[in-house]
Unconditional design. Structure first.
Length: 203
């Protein structure tokens, strides 16, 4: 069945994603609580409790996993206009508040949507992490190396260096680097670069 409405299609795909992930991670619900026999590297059998401790994803997938809205932080309650403001220290997202909102599903779609909006999440039916033991998905999200570290921190750092030393000096220093087999030389400098790949950031 084809869904013409874009918003309805996005909601359906989000719910399908969470349903599939819940199906895949279903064994962790019991083994996380009661444990299982695990053979360690030295050959000894021990009781292990596998849990979802970390979720590595890029920003759009972080929003999908945490049920957050676009341009919001998946870990804290910062609003889109507050992101990047060092003077504001927002509270971390409250898992108990969000789980309470998700429990209102049986009260009808309108009440469920209101509760999710008050909790600051999208109305996703049964997110995959809802029943996982010892899992707080908002603490499990890791930074996206390319977009949040390289293109975030490094971009600001390069901008600060260019403002401090001047674009001509920074470009001249880049041109003076000796040839190397492992590092690309930026013979035109770096002050005019606009779209930089992750490999170029690393170099």
């Amino acid at each position: 069945m084809h869904i013409d409405n874009k918003a309805a299609r996005r909601r359906t795909l989000a719910n399908l994603f969470h349903f599939c992930m819940a199906y895949i991670l279903k064994p962790l619900e019991d083994t996380g609580l009661y444990g299982m026999q695990v053979v360690s590297g030295d050959g000894v059998v021990r009781r292990g409790h596998p849990i979802l401790a970390s979720f590595v994803a890029d920003y759009p997938e972080q929003l999908l996993v945490t049920c957050c809205k676009n341009f919001e932080c998946p870990s804290c309650e910062a609003k889109r206009q507050e992101l990047g403001d060092i003077d504001i220290l927002p509270d971390l997202r409250s898992l108990s508040k969000i789980l309470d909102a998700l429990e209102t599903l049986d009260q009808g779609p309108t009440e469920f949507a209101r509760a999710c909006q008050a909790a600051g999440i999208k109305p996703v039916v049964k997110p995959f992490w809802q029943n996982l033991p010892y899992t707080n998905i908002y603490r499990s999200i890791t930074p996206d190396i390319l977009h949040q570290l390289y293109q975030g921190v490094i971009k600001h750092l390069i901008h600060w260096i260019i403002e401090t030393c001047g674009a001509a000096e920074v470009d001249a220093r880049c041109r003076r680097l000796p040839p190397n087999h492992n590092i690309r030389l930026f013979l035109k400098g770096i002050s005019t670069l606009s779209r930089v790949t992750g490999k170029e950031h690393a170099q």
